[in-house]
Ligand binder design. Structure first.
Ligand code: SF4
Ligand code: SF4
Length: 457
């Protein structure tokens, strides 16, 4: 690593002017980013069963994932999901390095596939941008810079609105937009704070987010090993590097690298991948595309830079989906399946029933024996619900001391009630009975409890 790449020797920021070379990886990443961007901007407005795809409402402590509503009562699912996420990140990084950064991370996608493209469209490729920045403030420079930054602010504003919609929901966002500002001061200020943050990230901070701020790059350096697939330079094939000579190399002493430095010129973080894997590498694949183009020109095989593990380069291991990767992928799949099972098998309503302490049972008129129960009912849906408690056995009667009333969305309600059994039906001191939580006559949750009574037998 060459010290702090972001700084010049005089301590000033080393501004990056990466060239763009459109190769096969750039095309695949572009297609993926189109899909990603459509999904990102449409996400808050897409609905499953009337619920958004994703909502992270930390203010009201309400979360929605793929139409499933989660409340603070589902904290164990969040802990489980966080654990699964952490394990997946570790396993994925051990197997595939920093592939997430180059292909999926919103920072890279917005920076390279949106803001960088706008910059190139207005100011031109690397050399033109460098010249423009170094030059005097001419009319042309003022127009170009104003146009670029105006578009940057506009895109940042759109991102900020969408980002906020993931937090407060699209309906609340629409209200902030259409209703008077005075009615939504906090929302209005939030939008502009987010806009300024995103604008500064994509216009100023840029690659420093990946190289200095994001902890994932540092985590990567302790997780990868000689089996990990990363963007790497095949130095066995490339070295000793040397400029192309018009004279033939009779002893074939030179490696395939012609030392053109194009791989460095295209790198958005400014590193030379030929010096080995570095924490600044975000696996963006730009150097693969650039080098492939050079190899095509000089008639050598592609992939002097490519997705390699250390062992693929040194031991000539075949690029394959190794047993180790299969193992890791299997673990990730199982973890996600377990989490999915817990998420999709959880009920919208929950009930906890406990027999009241004190009197074991009561004799009731009409030949009934009763027990008193306390119950807590949790409503995990996004609507208030009116529920009832019933029993499986039609001979069992429920009589409320404290009715549950409507249970607010994401809230809970307490209820106290008698369960009454005809004395003639009691054959043991302790009988197991099944109580049902009924919503519109439909059983949404069942629970078993003990009924204590004097025996007739
Ligand atoms: S682009 Fe390829 S050939 Fe050119 S310097 Fe980089 S590794 Fe060598
Ligand atoms: S070294 Fe290559 S893959 Fe890594 S950040 Fe630079 S251009 Fe992207």
């Amino acid at each position: 690593m060459d010290g702090l790449l972001a700084a010049k020797e005089n301590g000033k920021r080393q501004w990056m002017y990466p060239l763009v070379r459109k190769g096969r990886f750039y095309k695949w990443r572009s297609w993926l980013s189109y899909f990603y961007l459509i999904f990102f901007f449409a996400g808050p407005f897409l609905r499953i069963n009337g619920q958004p795809l994703l909502l992270l409402n930390v203010i009201d402590r309400q979360f929605v994932l793929l139409g499933q509503v989660f409340w603070p009562q589902d904290i164990f699912l969040f802990v489980l999901a966080s654990l699964v996420f952490l394990v997946c990140v570790v396993i994925f990084t051990i197997a595939f390095g920093r592939i997430f950064c180059g292909w999926i991370c919103p920072q890279t996608i917005f920076m390279e596939m949106v803001f960088r493209k706008i910059e190139i469209w207005i100011e031109g490729d690397a050399n033109k941008r460098k010249k423009l920045d170094a030059g005097a403030w001419t009319r042309e420079k003022i127009i170009k810079k104003t146009a670029k930054h105006a578009l940057f602010v506009l895109i940042s504003f759109l991102i900020a609105n969408t980002f906020l919609a993931y937090i407060i929901g699209s309906e609340s966002l629409v209200k902030i937009i259409v209703e008077p500002v005075t009615a939504h001061w906090v929302g209005f200020i939030s939008i502009w704070v987010f806009t300024i943050v995103f604008y500064l990230i994509y216009s100023q901070v840029r690659e420093l987010v990946c190289t200095l701020i994001c902890p994932y790059g540092r985590l990567q350096s302790v997780l990868i090993d000689e089996h990990t697939l990363v963007v790497a330079y095949d130095d066995v094939r490339g070295e000793p590097r040397g400029k192309l000579s018009r004279y033939a190399d009779p002893f074939n002493l030179k490696g395939d690298c012609v030392d053109c430095s194009l791989c460095v010129a295209v790198c958005p973080t400014g590193i030379d991948i030929r010096k080995g894997t570095q924490i600044e590498c975000i696996n963006c694949t730009a150097c693969i595309d650039a080098c492939d183009q050079v190899m095509d020109k000089i008639g050598k095989p592609r992939s002097l830079i490519g997705y390699f593990s250390e062992n693929m380069i040194r031991l000539k291991e075949k690029p394959s989906f190794t047993g180790r990767m299969m193992g890791y992928t299997a673990v990730i799949t199982v973890l996600i399946a377990v989490l999915g099972y817990f998420i999709f098998s959880r009920s919208d309503m929950d009930i906890t029933v406990m027999r009241s302490a004190g009197m074991l049972y009561q004799q009731q008129p009409g030949g009934y024996v009763s027990n008193i129960y306390n119950a807590e009912i949790i409503n995990k849906t996004n609507q208030d619900k009116v529920i009832r408690i019933g029993a499986d056995d039609p001979a069992v009667k429920i009589s409320y001391i404290q009715a549950p009333g409507p249970v607010a969305k994401g809230g809970s309600a307490k209820t106290v009630f008698f369960v009454m059994l005809p004395a003639s039906k009691v054959h043991a001191a302790k009988t197991t009975i099944k109580l049902n939580l009924l919503l519109g006559g439909k059983v949404v949750q069942s629970v078993k409890t003990n009924f204590i009574a004097p025996t007739n037998d």
